[in-house]
Design a protein around this ligand. Structure first.
Ligand SMILES: [Fe+2]
Ligand SMILES: [Fe+2]
Length: 356
């Protein structure tokens, strides 16, 4: 199925609605690609969940704005929204029961004939009623500032509709060491080439351990484990992924020895627990990510690797859930949060220690 990119002819003249529509097109495009490329069931399910959640949120926001602007066909429009939501929920249930090619075909037809058509044609009908009603729109929009968490009014959610949710996940921060020195001492071409190679290896290591790449920040990244799996399994997968990453960095250093010497090294921090997980980020490139103390603590553990002169620091919580105890015991004091104050951790100094 060819999903046309969002274009300005589809604009309804209201910034937040246009941003929602762009985001929905973006998710549809990703889902479409996942189905056509035969990507994993987990990946497709992730996009379906994101689409269901964001459609639900968008419809609630759109209805609130239509109401505030006195749109006369609100009830008919709401009924179509309800129909789309229940079809999406049915598709999710069918997918969970038995994902197969026939269902994939149904999903693609639904996306095109219902959701895309709705945005392209039906939503355009309220455009004249919203024109020039900036004050009404601003007031109605106020409760819908945030998508996930407690971001929008409970009573506007459809039964079964999902928003960002709390979930027990494992957060892993990976940081490239010495990137400033790398940039100073080598050609721009070499630096970009090596960094891109590194990120290919890191993201591959995440995917092979069934993790989820969640954020990139120049010379580091955040990965999440446990979006689809039980916590103990997620903890083991995160440690496996870390081990795989260190080995891949060793290989890269061998490959680029002539150009860079032993230039590449990474530090990793891993912690697990309750976090808020949801689609977040700029409208044009939203991504499933997580926020919460657990994520901050994982970032703190990654920084701790520098201070402690080791390559990996993971919390005892992760060790206990995974049943994997390698490296030395230690205590992390970098957080003031009562739940993570004096957090017992394990410090790993060499790849050989990870041979469990
Ligand atoms: Fe819409
Ligand atoms: Fe609509």
């Amino acid at each position: 199925m060819k999903v046309l990119p969002w274009n300005k002819d589809l604009s309804v003249g209201v910034g937040v609605i246009d941003a929602d529509h762009k985001l929905l097109f973006n998710i549809i495009k990703q889902l479409n690609r996942a189905l056509e490329e035969g990507q994993s069931v987990d990946k497709v399910r992730g996009y379906l969940t994101a689409l269901t959640e964001y459609t639900d949120f968008h419809f609630a926001r759109e209805e609130a704005l239509m109401k505030a602007c006195g749109y006369s066909e609100l009830e008919e429009h709401r009924e179509i929204h309800n129909e789309i939501c229940s079809r999406l929920e049915q598709i999710c249930r069918d997918f969970d029961a038995a994902p197969d090619d026939a269902l994939n075909e149904r999903i693609l037809i639904f996306l095109n004939s219902w959701l895309v058509e709705h945005i392209m044609h039906r939503d355009k009908q309220y455009v004249p009623d919203m024109a020039g009603k900036d004050a009404e729109i601003a007031t109605a929009h106020a409760p819908f500032q945030r998508f996930w968490g407690s971001g929008y009014p409970e009573h506007t959610r459809r039964p079964g509709g999902l928003t960002g949710r709390e979930r027990r996940v494992v957060a892993m921060f990976v940081d490239l060491r010495g990137s400033t020195r790398l940039a100073e001492e080598h050609d721009a071409y070499d630096v970009v080439l090596v960094l891109n190679e590194l990120f290919v290896e890191l993201t591959d290591a995440i995917e092979r351990s069934r993790g989820h790449y969640a954020q990139f920040n120049g010379d580091g990244l955040l990965a999440l484990f446990g979006l689809e799996q039980e916590f103990g399994i997620a903890c083991r997968q995160a440690l496996e992924s870390a081990r795989d990453m260190f080995r891949r960095v060793e290989e890269l250093n061998k490959r680029f020895a002539e150009e860079l010497g032993d230039a590449l090294s990474i530090g990793i921090g891993i912690h697990g627990g309750e976090a808020i997980v949801g689609m977040m980020g700029p409208p044009a490139s939203p991504i499933v990510s997580a926020v919460g103390v657990v994520v901050n603590t994982a970032s703190g553990l990654e920084s701790e690797t520098k201070k402690a002169g080791c390559m990996l620091v993971y919390s005892q919580t992760v060790a206990d859930a995974a049943g994997i105890y390698v490296g030395d015991s230690g205590v992390y004091r970098g957080t003031k949060h009562p739940a993570h104050n004096e957090l017992p951790v394990r410090l790993v100094r060499s790849v050989s220690e990870l041979s469990y």
